[in-house]
Design a binder for this molecule. Structure first.
Ligand code: ATP
Ligand code: MG
Length: 259
């Protein structure tokens, strides 16, 4: 295979590539020399201790934060210098689901999901609402279209947030601890919705501590500690046969917190 063919093939398969990425806050490395390939249509789970840099890593992908050196390629294109329209385009391709839902409290469920279609993509209202209802059905919450966020449970709000991202037709979805603000009983309903998305060939990056969930949905698991990737492998190896002592310690603590 010639080098060019290899590069072309890799470009098609890799949705996101980190190349020697470093990020500092107040002169301290939060991310230190991150090299990582995230393959198109796959689910990558990122875990690691609190403060290890997980949120920072995912926030770099749609430039919610800037990095100091290295490069991130999204579908083969470098993102470090994107501005204006090009930066907006990047963000339109990448949906973000936050721990705290971030719904607009003054809008009902339907408008939360349809807003960007109407205001940014200039869809006619009727078409946008129809599409929003379709997406609300996909996450099992189309019976709440006229409710406001404060009238919904945490799990329901998170499902609306997921419907909103789906409506944007993002090719990549980032979830930053999507279940950690939820009551235990609500966690599984959101996890089922995310698991179902994994059949849709959307590239997903999921920061989570839910080990059983990670095991079920991940194609690849990455462990971060103090801003460095200490281990990355398939879920079976990662959870059953971790190599790095720090990963072993972390998993033991999560699986047997009282020991
Ligand atoms: N805006 C900021 N200004 C200064 N320091 C920051 C900022 N954002 C993050 N940090 C620091 O970077 C480090 C990594 O933070 P980050 O939020 O990425 O960790 P995390 O792995 O997501 O943690 P958690 O599991 O608690 O969410 C922490 O030491 C944090 O204090
Ligand atoms: Mg975080």
């Amino acid at each position: 295979m010639t080098n060019n063919v290899y590069i072309e093939q890799k470009k098609n398969k890799v949705a996101i590539e980190f190349f020697e990425v470093c990020k500092k806050f107040n002169k301290i490395y939060t991310l230190n020399n991150i090299n990582l390939s995230i393959f198109s249509g796959k689910v990558i789970v990122i875990c690691g201790p609190s403060g290890s840099g997980k949120s920072t890593l995912v926030r770099l992908i749609n430039r919610l934060e800037k990095f100091d050196s290295g490069e991130i390629f999204v579908y083969g294109k470098p993102i470090s210098n994107l501005k204006g329209n090009n930066l907006r385009k990047l963000r339109m391709n990448i949906g973000f689901v936050f721990q705290k839902f971030n719904l607009y409290s003054n809008l009902n469920v339907l408008n939360n999901v349809a807003l960007s279609l109407i205001q940014i993509q200039n869809w006619k209202k009727e078409k946008a609402y129809q599409y929003a209802i379709e997406k609300l059905k996909e996450v099992g919450i189309s019976n709440k279209t006229h409710s406001y966020p404060h009238e919904l449970s945490g799990g329901q709000q998170q499902r609306v947030a997921i419907a909103r991202v789906l409506a944007s037709n993002a090719k990549i979805i980032i979830f930053d601890e999507p279940t950690s603000a939820l009551d235990p009983e609500m966690i599984s309903e959101v996890m089922i919705v995310i698991k179902n998305l994994s059949y849709h060939k959307i590239t997903m990056i999921v920061v989570t501590h839910e080990i059983q969930f990670a095991r079920k949905i991940a194609d690849q698991v990455v462990f971060l500690s103090s801003g460095k990737i200490l281990e990355q492998s398939d879920p079976e190896n990662f959870f059953s046969n971790p190599k790095h002592p720090r990963v072993k310690k972390f998993l033991k603590k999560i699986l047997f917190p009282l020991k």
